[in-house]
Design a protein around this ligand. Structure first.
Ligand SMILES: [Mn+2]
Length: 450
């Protein structure tokens, strides 16, 4: 198909080739442009800087194509070099290694004025992933691949620009993802090796860093523990990239629900506003429907239990976790509420206590020890709390908190952490250092942030 041909320039981003194809495509292009103009007027959504953004996106394309290849090579080398410095250890052996991937840098390349002109001409066609009725019948994989490519192009040097995301694109992705997610169990069963990521919270630049360092699916397998949206500036990019990867590689990426995958919270913490400003309230509604179908927990090789928040007084055995019916909203109390909201606490004399978030509970070290023992688990892996190093152990090494957004909200100078669960359940930590060295006072991580 037309867009497919045009966008498939990975191997040869040559200007000459583009020119030759241009004649053939002129008519079709004009037609598209006209349709597009109408669409834009109707929707009244396009902002004045759209063209600029589109141009920027296009300008990055050739760079990105190179980057897509280079980082993998580089980081693999990096990994190998570093593996000498770190020794891998079993979770039960109560040691852990820290790998600092912060040295990773994005290479950029200068470009000529001619490139820009060329890009402008091609812009409309290549940046717009139009999913109309005709195209729906065509290969979904191609459409999703194109959208992934577009989403990856958001990055320019050290920043990520806001992409233009069409309602049609968003609907398409959310519908496709819904069909896949609704067939997953409430408690996923996943096998190692894989990487486990905690909160992302709209920090799209950092999400791209994670994939640059650890490789995109299907090369690597990922489990995300929820809280993709709210707080950060680019919740839509984060969510849509993850959903696209889910659609394309359903057995290589798994997405659990966090307490922020909730309509009520999104209205307070930014995602609703972002959807309303950038796409529509209708699209927000559609996304919250999808949130209601997300799986809640994951069990890795019968050994590591993962969820966003933590344990619950109502949780006695693992079998209960698969019985949680979906779609569902997150209730104000009870098992599901606790799974996405609760926190461990050092200060409890009782098994469970109040939570200063004013939702759910806190649970003690003893609760973790008894639950893991009784259910034959080595480790509970959860997210939900910003922790200075990006990861933090609790109850010896029976529970780990993983929080992946470094420099959380631009207010903390926490690291981001990713837990790697290797073959034979050997565990390793990867650390994302904050992007920005904050000069002023360091904000202490003493309170829970919803
Ligand atoms: Mn959370």
């Amino acid at each position: 198909m037309e867009n497919g041909e045009n966008i498939n320039i990975d191997n040869e981003p040559k200007k000459k080739g583009k020119k030759e194809r241009k004649g053939k495509k002129q008519l079709k292009k004009q037609k598209r442009e006209e349709e597009e103009r109408k669409r834009k007027e109707e929707l009244e959504k396009q902002k004045s800087n759209n063209e600029e953004e589109l141009e920027d996106n296009k300008k990055n394309e050739e760079k990105e194509i190179e980057k897509d290849e280079k980082p993998n090579i580089k980081t693999n080398e990096e990994k190998e070099n570093k593996s000498n410095e770190c020794e891998d250890i079993d979770t039960s052996s109560h040691k852990i290694n820290e790998e600092n991937n912060n040295e990773y840098e994005i290479s950029t390349k200068s470009e000529t004025v001619d490139d820009k002109k060329e890009d402008e001409k091609e812009n409309n066609n290549e940046n717009d992933i139009i999913v109309d009725d005709e195209e729906k019948e065509e290969d979904d994989n191609t459409n999703i691949s194109k959208i992934i490519k577009k989403l990856k192009r958001a990055r320019r040097g050290a920043i990520c620009q806001e992409l233009t995301i069409r309602e049609g694109e968003c609907d398409y992705i959310v519908d496709k993802a819904y069909q896949i997610l609704k067939n997953e169990d409430s408690m996923l069963k996943i096998s190692a090796p894989l990487y486990i990521c905690g909160d992302i919270h709209g920090q799209y630049y950092d999400l791209l860093r994670v994939f640059d360092i650890l490789n995109y699916p299907p090369k690597s397998k990922f489990l995300f523990l929820g809280d993709y949206v709210d707080r950060g500036k680019q919740s839509l990019e984060c969510l849509l990239l993850l959903l696209c990867l889910k659609i394309k590689y359903p057995s290589k990426i798994f997405l659990l629900r966090g307490n922020h995958e909730s309509e009520a919270l999104n209205k307070i913490y930014g995602f609703y506003d972002e959807c309303k400003r950038r796409i529509s309230v209708k699209c927000f509604k559609k996304i919250t429907n999808l949130f209601n179908i997300l799986p809640i927990t994951a069990l890795i090789d019968e050994n590591i239990l993962c969820m966003h928040g933590g344990l619950s007084e109502d949780l006695k055995k693992l079998e209960q976790l698969n019985k949680i019916a979906r779609p569902t909203e997150i209730p104000d109390e009870g098992l599901l509420c606790d799974l996405v909201w609760s926190d461990p606490s050092d200060e409890l004399s009782e098994p469970f206590g109040e939570n200063e978030r004013n939702v759910s509970v806190t649970f003690s070290k003893k609760v973790v020890e008894e639950f893991t023992e009784k259910n034959g688990l080595d480790l509970i892996c959860r997210a939900h709390q910003v922790v200075e190093e990006g990861f933090q152990f609790f109850a010896g090494m029976k529970l780990i908190t993983v929080f992946t957004a470094p420099n959380y909200m631009g207010e903390f100078d926490n690291n981001g952490g990713i837990l790697e669960v290797g073959e034979d359940l050997l565990c390793k930590i990867h650390v994302l250092k904050p992007n920005i060295e904050r000069k002023g006072k360091r904000k202490r991580i003493t309170e829970l942030v919803n």
